[in-house]
Write a protein that binds this ligand. Sequence first.
Ligand SMILES: Nc1ncnc2c1ncn2[C@@H]1O[C@H](COP(=O)(O)OP(=O)(O)OP(=O)(O)O)[C@@H](O)[C@H]1O
Ligand SMILES: [Mg+2]
Length: 229
Amino acid sequence: MPDTKVLLELENVTKTYAGPTPDEDVQVLRGVSLGVAEGETLAVVGPSGSGKSTLLNLMGALDRATTGSVRLGNLDLGTLSDAELAAVRNQTIGFIFQLHHLLPQCTALENVLVPTLAGHAPGQGDTVGHARDLLARVGLEHRMNHLPGQLSGGERLRVAVARSLVNRPQIVLADEPTGSLDREATERVVELLLSLNEEDGVALVFVTHAKDVASRLNRVCRLEDGELR
Ligand SMILES: Nc1ncnc2c1ncn2[C@@H]1O[C@H](COP(=O)(O)OP(=O)(O)OP(=O)(O)O)[C@@H](O)[C@H]1O
Ligand SMILES: [Mg+2]
């Protein structure tokens, strides 16, 4: 694929979390280099505690590398202020969290609209219509006005999926996106994300334990002891 451009590039990234004492610092990533091309789909697999969520958080500009560089397009994320990182995240990246982090007092539709309120994204026409359309595409047309507490775990995840897409990101990062779903609901979410990849060239990075989900993506990376294998 000679004309594909690298969208996201990690070079020799390490991440160490400070422990209660310096002796208890945890080095989670030990020199990870990884590129994601525009429109590529990638699975990150590996045992629990191997650093998958940590890696995804760095890719999604939610956290900073201890050493090494993370580049998104021609931006070096390490050089940006927290406010600049937030703007990049809001405009470019869709994130689906392992715990879905919906606002409990907001309806499904309001939750999907939250990323549009930051004002970083350019005017996209009918934002509310787009949010409704996304909720319909994940099968929640009858649950738009329900609160998260009134939804099942799988329904909440589907709200989080719709929310990740509302600002039309270039890349969607998903941490175990189908962990709590049955087969049919998994299929619906995976189909939606793959169709966005095919139709709009949205790049996808999934952390997943599901082999049948990983096998539908272009590439599988395995993390073990903080290194890619
Ligand atoms: N904020 C933190 N402070 C200290 N240690 C942390 C922090 N976050 C994660 N860790 C540690 O880093 C390691 C990797 O965690 P991470 O959440 O990235 O793993 P994971 O591969 O996503 O695991 P799982 O499959 O269980 O979700 C774990 O040993 C964890 O205890
Ligand atoms: Mg995790």
